[in-house]
Design a protein. Structure first.
Length: 95
């Protein structure tokens, strides 16, 4: 039987990825320094880079999308409120 897989905190993983990115050295060097397996570090770096927004993403487009989604959210809330009032009205008429 192998030894159980150690549970590393999200903070340790975030710091390890940042350390790797700052130094630009190999996975093995950074992993040895913090006491983790190099393949684990490579996996964390890969996941972090996949989760990060594209470097070429337009921040202005993202802001416009956020405003558009906020307006849409408000509209949907108003529609939901109208539907709730209508259902209460019709439920009261049936009785």
């Amino acid at each position: 039987m192998g030894k159980p897989c150690p549970k590393h905190t999200a903070e340790l993983k975030r710091r390890a990825v940042r350390l790797y990115n700052e130094r630009g050295t190999t996975y093995a060097e950074v992993a040895r320094e913090i006491g983790v397996d190099p393949s684990s570090l490579a996996d964390w770096v890969g996941r972090a880079s996949a989760a990060a927004p594209d470097a070429g993403a337009n921040p202005f487009q993202m802001a416009e999308d956020l405003r558009r989604l906020g307006r849409e959210n408000e509209r949907l809330k108003r529609e939901n409120e109208i539907l709730l009032k209508a259902s209460a009205f019709f439920a009261g008429r049936r009785l």
